[in-house]
Design a binder for this molecule. Sequence first.
Ligand code: PEP
Ligand code: MN
Length: 332
Amino acid sequence: MILHIKNGVNRERIEAISKELNAFHIHYQGKEVLITASNVKEVPDSVANDVESYWVADSDIQLASKKYQQEKREIQLGNILIGGSTKNTVLIGGPCSVESEEQIRQSSELLKSLKLSVLRGGCYKPRTSPYSFQGMGKDGLKLLAKMREEYGLTVITEARDATHIDDIIEYSDIIQVGAKAMYDQGILRACAKTTKPVLIKRGFGTTLQEFVQASEFVLAGGNPNVVLCERGIRTFETKTRFTLDLCGVAWLQEYTNLPIILDPSHAIGHAYGVLPLARACVAMGVDGLLIEAHPNPKVAKSDASQQLNHQEFVNLKQELETVAKAVGYNLI
Ligand code: PEP
Ligand code: MN
């Protein structure tokens, strides 16, 4: 249950109620908000006089539910907005991993030349083998921050475990929680302690319920700026790397108030399919796309097979603009 406390109820009283109900306490849109487990279905008599309004939830999808807040959340990514009533589709581009200054500078130049503003690049890579390239770590973060300064870009990079969060908050504008990391409570709880936007990727074996509940850790912990990212789930199919769950996207659009970004690159795992899939994503009217592009994909240190080269990325942007326009969105 979500409870809005009446204006004028003092801090000590709110803390006492919060303790009594074993609730989270956040400030949201000018309100003192308490969130209990969803199995609480009635306001206890002992607190009825303190409560202005309340929402009974049918599951632990609560703050993210449209039943609580119908309007999509508006999220600021650097100097652009997505969600809310904006009808913006942000095109986030950049390599899978930051590999060198020269490489990430070329990615920054590409985005600048296309008037795009959000640069991606992993520095802590959650690889399936310990022998694969693990990312440049803090040196990579410093390169991203340098690009942010020099090119006025907004940067997004992923946390592989909770010990990276402080550095990522310092050097990056948006925190990415990867598909393998989204069950990590340490990361989710740490993301709740900042107000920087957090992009949570769906694990490849994660139900929609679990996916949205991961966002509740961040929302109920006090950070309202969460974006969901569908990046493909594992099915019986092996010809493509994963299966992009567009049905799931339709469900999220219908039932949650969180902006949604789609990642066709990781879903298909092969560059040939990224453009057609991206067209389908944009046609759904989504808040953003995450596309991997590399100056020379053949030599990429991670995800080489799916990264577009820069000419392919330029073409993709051009094609997606038309699709976005057709469904009433702006590609930015
Ligand atoms: C990535 O964005 O490079 C990445 C590792 O993605 P995912 O967590 O979706 O596998
Ligand atoms: Mn990748």
